[in-house]
Design a protein around this ligand. Structure first.
Ligand code: PAF
Length: 282
């Protein structure tokens, strides 16, 4: 497995792979790899000749500098995981390599970035769209893999790929959950034992929303209220938002007809967790 830190070098590798007609699969990450990332890497390995994994904690997508400073960076462990999974190339650049002085160009996917997490994390999706655009340009993959847990992120990336004419297939794989239904996230290490026990309410409340919809209860206000009631039962969980949106445009729905995204963000003392689920009429 090669570990590359320079943009020029990884560009050269992908240029040569393309010249050899090799299919390149790409899994962008911020490291602290867990089973969610592992499922993306495995799928990427299955369907491509060459798998590139990037590990880069992208400073510009953090709206809170403390969150950036404290974000886990277990690089050796991440490299071991990549090695075990037989990743071909890891791209792990420095901050300076990705954002040299006087970096002035940013990518903003309008509208899709403003609701949900965008409302509570100003600048976050601009940071994501900018780094993903850069990484796509640098690694030039045929396919790129993302987890459905970050639903809004996946919609934004699909849109930027269409709008900026990237010839890249975006593959979104299902959320991986622990035995209590908690969607895996690199931020779980911030949770105390007690908090961890209470996190089950996120998925429980989403499943309740699905069951209400299946019973033909279509008023978002009623469903949001029910979700909220379940979450507030756990005293360490603080709801940031609960929203029911159109799954494509990510705008709030006043009434649910054929499909809906039910999404939430919940804060524990040091961790902000997100989760979502899609409901579709049978
Ligand atoms: O989902 C993530 O881990 C990050 O947002 C991404 C896509 C790697 C960009 O930094």
């Amino acid at each position: 497995m090669e570990i590359i830190t320079s943009v020029k070098e990884i560009q050269k590798i992908s240029f040569c792979l393309r010249a050899e007609k090799k299919q390149i699969g790409f899994v962008p990450t911020m490291g602290a790899l867990h089973q969610g990332h592992i499922s993306l890497i495995k799928e990427c390995k299955k369907n491509n000749d060459w798998t590139i994994v990037s590990i880069f904690v992208n400073s510009i997508q953090f709206n809170d500098q403390n969150d950036y400073k404290n974000y886990p960076r277990p690089l050796d462990n991440d490299l071991n995981i990549c090695q075990e999974l037989q990743v071909d190339t890891v791209f792990a650049p420095s901050l300076k390599e990705m954002y040299p002085e006087e970096f002035l160009t940013f990518v903003n996917v309008e509208k899709l970035s403003s609701n949900l997490c965008g409302e509570y994390r100003p600048g976050h999706f601009e940071g994501v769209a900018t780094i993903v655009t850069k990484l796509f340009n640098i690694t030039n993959p045929h396919r790129a893999y993302f987890g459905a847990k970050d639903y809004q992120q996946t919609q934004i990336i699909k849109k930027l790929v269409r709008d900026l004419n990237f010839d890249i297939e975006i593959i979104v794989l299902p959320t991986i959950r622990d035995e209590n239904g908690l969607a895996l996230s690199s931020r779980h290490k911030y949770l105390s034992q007690e908090e961890k026990k209470q996190t089950y309410v996120l998925y429980k409340s989403l499943k309740k929303a699905l069951s209400l919809l299946d019973k033909n209860i279509k008023d978002p206000k009623i469903i949001i209220d029910q979700i909220n009631k379940i979450i507030v039962k756990e005293h360490l969980a603080n709801v940031e938002y609960i929203k029911i949106c159109d799954p494509v445009h990510l705008s709030d729905l006043k009434y649910i007809s054929n499909e809906a995204l039910i999404a939430l963000a919940v804060r524990f003392e040091k961790a902000r967790l997100i989760d979502s689920i899609i409901w579709r009429k049978n």
